[in-house]
Design a protein around this ligand. Structure first.
Ligand code: BGC
Length: 418
C-alpha cells in the first residue's frame, strides 16, 4: 500500500525552543544561587537513582556536582549566531527563546542598556537567518530584587512583570519581532516551587500556590494589554503545559478524576486569560493514565528520565484546545535521549498526531521541538539530553544528532508520509 502524504498548512512554523537560563551560561539569578546551595544534596539524592550505564558515562553525570550548577551552560550567550546557523541549516524557519530578566533589569526599575542591546541583536540575528523569533518574557528565573520582595507572592509582582514587558516591547518593536509569549508554563512553575517543594523557593503551601497562580494570571493579563497598546500588531500568547489525562474504562470515578484534573491543570489558567491571548503555545510532555489513581501508565517506552513516551497524547491535548478558538503553536515537545535511539521515532509519531489533529479541524500553525541544544534541565542538571544538537560540555563543541536530520527533512518539505 502507498503511504499517504500529509501536507502541513502553508507557512507552517518549524523550529525548536530554548530558554535563557538553560543555555546562556554566566547567569546570576535566584536559580543560579539555589543550584550552588543544593548541588551536594542533589548528588546525594541521585545516588539512589537507577541510571542506565550510558548516562553515567556522559559528562557531567548525575553523580557529579558540576552536573547541578548551570555555570557556562552552552555558552549560547556568546555563541547564539553559530547556533542559529545550525538551526537554519536544519531547515527551521522559527526559533523560540527567552530573555533573562536578571540581565535586563538587575535592579528594580533599572534596566541595563547593554543587555537590552544584546537581546535586540539576538532578535536581529534570528531575522537575518529567516528564523521567526518567538520571545518568551519569563521562563522561571528571577532577579534577586524580585525574589527578595517575595516574588510571585507579592501583590506587586504583576505590576513588576508588566513594567518589564513594557520596556521590552518599547525596546524591540523596531526589530520586526511579532510573537510574544508572556510566561512559560505557569502551572509547572508554581507546582514545583510552591506545592511540591522541589524548585526554588521550595515551598509546600497550598495558599501560597493559589496566590502565585492568581498573580501569574494577573501578570499575563496586564502584560498582554501593555504589549498590544504599544505594538498593536503584536501576536501575544503564553506557553501552557497541558497533560493528557486518560480515564480508563467507563468507570465513573476515573472520569470524575479526569474532569477535575483537566479543569485544574489544563483549563483553569487558560479560561482566566482567554480574551487576552492571540494564540496558545502548547507545551506537551505528559500522559497520565487514571485508574483509581494517577499515573497508572503502561510505560512501554520511556525517555532517559523515565517519562512515558506516548505520542498519541499530543492529538488529544491539541483537540482539547479547539474550544478556545485561537491558533495553536506547539511551543515545546521533546524527550531526553542521550543515545538518540528514540528521538526520530518520537518526533515522527508526534507529528503524525499533529497532522491528525489538523485534519480534525485544529488550527495548529507551528511546532517547536524542545530543545535545539542539550541544556541545563533545572534540578536534574545537565545529564538529560534533549537536544537536536549535542553539546560536549568540556569543549562546547556542537554535534548535530541523526534525528535532527530526520526532523530537518520534514521541516524543509512541509509534508510527511503517514
Ligand atoms: C520547560 C523546559 C524544560 C522542559 C523539559 C518544560 O517544562 O519549559 O524548561 O526543560 O520542559 O523538562
Amino acid at each position: 500500500m502507498k503511504d499517504k502524504q500529509f501536507n502541513f498548512p502553508p507557512n507552517f512554523y518549524w523550529g525548536a525552543a530554548t530558554s535563557a537560563h538553560q543555555v546562556e551560561g554566566g547567569n546570576n539569578n535566584d536559580w543560579s544561587e539555589w543550584e550552588k546551595k543544593n548541588a551536594d544534596r542533589l548528588v546525594l539524592a541521585a545516588q539512589n537513582g537507577i541510571w542506565p550505564d550510558y548516562i553515567l558515562k556522559n559528562y557531567p553525570s548525575p553523580l557529579q556536582k558540576e552536573n547541578y550548577i548551570s555555570g557556562a551552560a552552552c555558552d549560547h550567550y556568546n555563541r547564539y549566531e553559530k547556533d542559529f546557523d545550525l538551526a537554519r541549516s536544519l531547515g527551521h524557519n522559527c526559533h523560540r527563546f527567552s530573555i533573562e530578566w536578571s540581565r535586563v533589569e538587575p535592579q528594580e526599575g533599572i534596566f541595563d542598556e547593554k543587555e537590552l542591546a544584546h537581546y535586540r541583536e539576538v532578535i536581529l540575528a534570528l531575522r537575518e537567518r529567516g528564523l521567526e523569533p518567538f520571545l518568551t518574557i519569563y521562563h522561571w528565573t528571577q532577579p534577586f530584587w524580585f525574589r527578595d520582595k517575595g516574588a510571585w507572592l507579592n501583590a506587586e509582582a504583576p505590576r513588576d512583570f508588566a513594567r518589564l514587558a513594557e520596556r521590552l516591547v518599547r525596546e524591540f518593536s523596531g526589530t520586526g519581532l511579532k510573537f510574544w509569549m508572556t510566561i512559560n508554563e505557569p502551572m509547572i512553575y508554581s507546582t514545583n516551587g510552591y506545592l511540591r517543594d522541589i524548585w526554588p523557593p521550595q515551598k509546600k503551601n497550598i495558599f501560597a500556590y493559589w496566590q502565585v497562580i492568581n498573580n501569574l494570571i494577573s501578570a499575563h493579563i496586564l502584560a498582554y494589554g501593555i504589549i498590544k497598546k504599544i505594538q498593536p500588531g503584536a501576536i501575544v500568547g503564553i506557553a501552557k503545559n497541558n497533560i493528557y489525562f486518560s480515564a480508563q474504562g467507563a468507570k465513573l470515578i476515573n472520569n470524575f478524576i479526569k474532569f477535575l484534573a483537566d479543569w485544574w491543570w489544563n483549563f483553569r489558567f487558560l479560561d482566566k486569560i482567554s480574551g487576552h491571548i492571540d494564540f496558545i503555545g502548547l507545551n506537551h510532555y505528559f500522559h497520565n493514565r487514571i485508574d483509581y489513581g494517577f499515573n497508572k501508565n503502561e510505560n512501554k517506552k520511556i525517555s532517559d528520565m523515565g517519562w512515558e513516551l506516548f505520542p498519541e497524547a499530543l492529538y488529544y491535548v491539541i483537540l482539547d484546545l479547539k474550544k478556545y478558538k485561537c491558533p495553536i503553536y506547539i511551543t515545546e515537545n521533546g524527550l531526553a535521549d542521550a543515545m538518540d535511539s528514540r528521538r526520530e521515532w518520537f518526533v515522527v509519531e508526534s507529528l503524525k498526531n499533529v497532522a491528525a489533529a489538523i485534519d480534525d479541524g485544529a488550527d495548529v500553525r507551528g511546532y517547536f521541538y524542545w530543545s535545539l541544544l542539550d541544556n541545563f534541565e533545572w534540578d536534574k542538571g545537565f545529564w538529560p539530553r534533549f537536544g537536536l544538537v549535542e553539546i560536549d560540555y568540556r569543549t562546547q563543541e556542537r554535534r548535530i544528532r541523526p534525528s535532527a536530520a530526520a526532523y530537518a527533512k520534514i521541516c524543509k518539505n512541509n509534508f510527511m508520509l503517514l
